[in-house]
Write a protein that binds this ligand. Sequence first.
Ligand code: XMP
Length: 326
Amino acid sequence: DWNPGNVIAEQVERIRAQVGDARVICGLSGGVDSSVAAALVQRAVGDQLTCVFVDHGLLRTGEAEQVEQDFVAATGVQLKVVDARERFLTALAGVSDPETKRKIIGREFIRVFEDAAREVVEDAGAHGEDVKFLVQGTLYPDVVESGGGEGAANIKSHHNVGGLPDDLQFALVEPLRTLFKDEVRAVGLELGVPESIVWRQPFPGPGLGIRIVGEVTAERLETLRAADAIAREELTRAGLDREIWQCPVVLLGDVRSVGVQGDGRTYGHPIVLRPVSSEDAMTADWTRLPYDVLATISTRITNEVPEVNRVVLDVTSKPPGTIEWE
Ligand code: XMP
């Protein structure tokens, strides 16, 4: 019978056999897969593992804290946090084109991660140790999609820990290779990974950077974070988290419209709600959210986020619309 306890026991043995005394590195994104993979490797080899979390400043409210505090407290993982928020903002300054933004975010991410990985390797080297292994949260569907076999895990290149430099050679540790998403969640819960991480809906690697139409600035990020936090809070309160696949909240940074608040005219930005239902994100339908939930979200966002004076609902399926706006 499948149960998470058996999977953990089996993987712990395998990881120990593979890794021996060597040191291991793992990039954490805040998502389910990398977190559960890290927790499993931590259970197996403890402090031989160092996790690296790059804070690119494009996460939603509370997500960096979930990794830096909750995840560490729950698992005891050794974590190296790189605060790269300024670096990403600087790199994104003046850029509005979606593909250019994605490329910049991907490029900067890899550079920052490489530097951090190199530091971990050097620190270990100073202690006479070798870092030989890199943990990847590859799941069974990823293995199948990429044709299976060893090294099939050349990860989705657009995010997370993409191509490492040639002078950093790692063998991969992939403890989730035989598991489906729901099994990964069960294993994560059994390992004590916080529920906020285990049940996190899909979130793109480039984060809020591709949910601001127009230039990404610190002010716009703050506006979007505030609106997004309200939408998520109300969807959770309404018990809808497991019914929707995900609900991107998008700030139309280059659009303004006229509004009225109290006695005053406003000229603010619209926020788009993009709730979708899907099986695998390849196709999706817009979710028919209850009107009263939509009304509460709209009222709260326009009351509580001064820069926003209009909330609109995206009623497009995929295709023709993608789930994300960029
Ligand atoms: P689209 O917008 O293509 O999104 O319909 C499909 C799914 O993929 C997510 N997504 C990404 N995930 N890195 C990721 O890890 C990315 O660059 C990326 N872009 C889109 C999106 O949130 C949806 O679940």
